[in-house]
Design a protein around this ligand. Sequence first.
Ligand code: 6MZ
Ligand code: ZN
Length: 360
Amino acid sequence: MVEPTPFILTQYGSLENLEKYCRDMPKIELHAHINGSISPETLQQLVERKKEKKPHLAQFTIPKRKLDVINEFFSIFNVVYQLTDDDESIGYITESVILDFKKDGVQYLELRTTPRSDKNGMMTKESYVGIVLSVIQKFSYSEHGIIVKLILSIDRRNTLEEAMETVNLAIKYKNRGVVGVDLCGDPSKGHIDNVKPAFIEAKKHGLKVTLHFGEIEENIPEHASMLELSPDRLGHATHLDPESKDYISSKNIPVEMCMTSNVLSNTVKNYREHHIRDFLITGYKFCICTDDKGVFFSDLSTEYAIAASTFSLDPKSLFELSFQSIDCIFDNDETKLQLRKIWNDWYSSSKNSLLTNVND
Ligand SMILES: CNc1ncnc2c1ncn2[C@@H]1O[C@H](COP(=O)(O)O)[C@@H](O)[C@H]1O
Ligand SMILES: [Zn+2]
């Protein structure tokens, strides 16, 4: 994974130094699905809570392996959702996921999640959003050193009615932490056109839009329709047709890059062939993200370390990548200014000897 290449050893001294540098550096996470980001420890606690009522879940753990095809990935959520099927567990996982990111040095976090209801009407999509937001609102930069915002996800299998319900919640809670909407889910199911009017409605109300885009080659025929929505960011953008490439470069659309997620779900062969390579060459904008740090066992600082060792990125280049993510956030310009100051202060602080060496 993180290789101690001669470049890394020259630039950072050791692998441990690289990992420490990546942890200490202020970071931004813009592509993290709440239910895919639950740590193995938190998942175990959920199993303990539920196993009396649901004994079939007692042995559940997330398997650590590379998938043959990405479709296999989504069945994991059939089980995870049985562990997170009430307001209390949703609040619990939201808090633990935020604390995990904070511990890893994330200072601005956009979580995303698909509102769900349960069969008995105890949890509604609105109560789901309400509980996630109530946890998010507990965190402030002045007190906790992290800003957290929310994106509501629409699953590709949703009907237009379901998608509209999610967008209406996003509109209702726009000034209470929701900054945008997302299209996610099994890329081999559904079609953008089934839910497109919901995204048009979201845009009309000033919400930002991000779309999982080109995760598999079969998604290419949908690209033109997706780009008509003027998305503010794209997720993955692994398989790009020439028109999408032109669009991304001419409009400078940031792409959320999730290396380990792509490699383990087998949409990218290996780290070296990850399309970050092309983006580094062309200068297209991207931000390093995790996608599902719980399912893929890789936190954001590890993703930065993997990028450094795969593409020979020195400390200054890594910092610049993190700094560039500030331009990609969905929150307002005031927050961007605040973050730029925090990042610049960290950069100029002499505390980080690695960076000082590089600057000298
Ligand atoms: C691996 N690449 C991916 N591609 C597409 N959708 C993904 C995904 N990883 C996760 N999700 C989406 O996020 C949901 C879980 O979090 P939430 O219940 O929303 O918090 C999954 O059900 C799936 O729809
Ligand atoms: Zn995703």
